[in-house]
Design a protein around this ligand. Sequence first.
Ligand SMILES: [Zn+2]
Length: 144
Amino acid sequence: MSTALKLAISRVDLETIIECARHDYPYETCGMIGGRDHTARIVAPLPNSSPTPRVHYEIERQAMVDSVMRFHRQGLEVVAIYHSHPDAPAAPSATDIARATWPDAVHLIVGLQDPEQPDVCAWLIRNGEVQLVELEITDWSPAA
Ligand SMILES: [Zn+2]
């Protein structure tokens, strides 16, 4: 699978993720995004099972598996994994880089340092290397 450095996501889906991040404050929110061709189609908010959720996230294992199976049933892949940084910028932390799995999935991060102006950035994290991914915010919602 080739990976272009781009992720298209609808404004509505992005707002859903930002709302989850605000709702879960001061803890990190997390979830997966199902889609195809570098385009987000489904946002799946999932439980953060980290024992230190203010500064880390671990997507609850069974919820992750269920979500991946649901995507596959709909012919979708995991195009992105998202989480929030309640009090830090939208850049991957050292832990995010060290623990990144899913080399073909984009890591979308919401930074809530300024809750009125959330910062959203997307990254590819592979073998300890980080690349910024272009986020294309669309006004249309693709039918899932
Ligand atoms: Zn992080």
